[in-house]
Design a protein. Structure first.
Length: 372
């Protein structure tokens, strides 16, 4: 009988957390596991992986970039009944599946706004006669809370409930405790999988296109506006430019110019990225890794606030390896972006030996935690 895995994921602003959870689902499915994915975010139907059991909770997102409040599918502050409905739906899925492995994405190192439902889930798992193995799935960089007490509480929860912290990164490049020092207490439970990155196609012919992308699109408006203006003054304006605003973007307008288009999504995004002369993007985990795997010259503009430092930390490391050029959000000015685009397009990308085996590494870690 196949082992059963239940994965819980909550994306709040962008789409990267769900995208990575989807790859994990596909990897475990292909390895013979029965997989259930429970999503608490807004999930476009085409994004749901095939061959898995999918559960959509009443969807939520962050109200804004402060991540202090949730809003429901109507953009309203949820009532207490809404939270209870989510909690019950999550527990119902758990008891129906009766998983051998329970994976929570990011939690307990984030997702405070929905922590009550996840704590209920963990308590339910603890009460099971056949307790599932419990794994936390995190990226290579954690966003440490400002308050030391809250950071300590996160580590305590991981110590209490979790059998392993599965880190989707390369420890030779970034270790978890570099962004969250308190995690050093859990070093014996941290298991690195390598970076999760889809297999990118090889470039075909000469690279010509300038591809601008804003991840999920919820926080990419400034980048898109700067790129549109930069194109108008750049020596690269005769090239084909495509701007991918993201599935969560508020709008996507056709420019009417055959060499300039703005779309929410590109079905062939991976192939276009692999063949681009230049990628201009934010520095989210997925897009950054796919760009590097494709060996595409790149300018990245990390999403960055006083609270959010994850993207800039990762981007600086990759910049130090000669793999991307970083523009800080406060320096994002069309003239500067146009100049850097001209310098970077069709430039050479440094060699590297980064571990991109995260798909296989995830299966390995889950098998190891199961004792197989």
């Amino acid at each position: 009988m196949s082992r059963r895995v239940l994965i819980w994921v909550q994306h709040l602003l962008g789409f990267g957390h769900f995208a990575r959870a989807r790859v994990i689902c596909e990897a475990l499915r292909d390895a013979g596991f029965q997989v259930t994915l429970v999503s608490g975010g807004f999930t476009p139907a085409p994004a749901v992986p095939s061959g898995i059991d999918f559960v959509q909770l009443p969807p939520a997102r962050a109200k804004d970039e402060l991540f202090d409040e949730l809003v429901d599918e109507h953009g309203q502050k949820p009532a207490s009944q809404w939270y209870e409905a989510r909690r019950k739906a999550l527990l119902a899925a758990f008891h129906r599946v009766s998983p051998d492995v329970l994976i929570t994405e990011t939690f307990p190192f984030g997702r405070r706004l929905v922590e009550l439902e996840v704590l209920s889930l963990l308590e339910a798992a603890e009460r099971c006669v056949n307790r599932p193995r419990i794994i936390c799935s995190v990226r290579d960089v954690l966003q440490r809370p400002r308050k030391a007490l809250r950071a300590a509480d996160m580590v305590e929860r991981a110590s209490r409930y979790y059998d392993a912290v599965m880190v989707h990164g390369d420890p030779n490049l970034l270790r978890l405790e570099q962004s969250f020092p308190e995690v050093a207490r859990l070093a014996h439970r941290c298991k690195y999988t390598g970076y999760i990155c889809k297999l990118m196609p090889a470039a075909q012919g000469a690279r010509q296109e300038v591809l601008v992308s804003a991840g999920g699109g919820a926080a990419g408006g400034t980048l898109i506006a700067a790129a549109i203006e930069a194109r108008s003054i750049s020596k690269l304006r005769s090239r084909s430019w495509t701007i991918v605003s993201g599935p969560l973007a508020e709008r996507a307008d056709s420019s009417g110019d055959v060499d300039f288009s703005i779309v929410r999504q590109l079905p062939d995004f991976s192939a276009r990225l692999a063949n681009a002369a230049l990628s201009i993007s934010q520095a989210g985990y997925n897009t950054l890794l796919e760009t590097i795997a494709a060996r595409t010259p790149a300018i990245v503009v990390p999403f960055e606030t006083d609270r959010e430092q994850e993207q800039i930390m990762r981007a600086r490391v990759f910049e130090g390896l000669g793999l991307v050029r970083v523009v800080r959000s406060r320096e994002l000015e069309p003239g500067n972006l146009a100049r850097l685009a001209e310098e970077t397009a069709n430039s050479s990308v440094a060699e590297h030996n980064i571990d991109f085996g995260g798909r296989e590494g995830t299966v390995r870690v889950v098998m190891e935690v199961l004792g197989q």
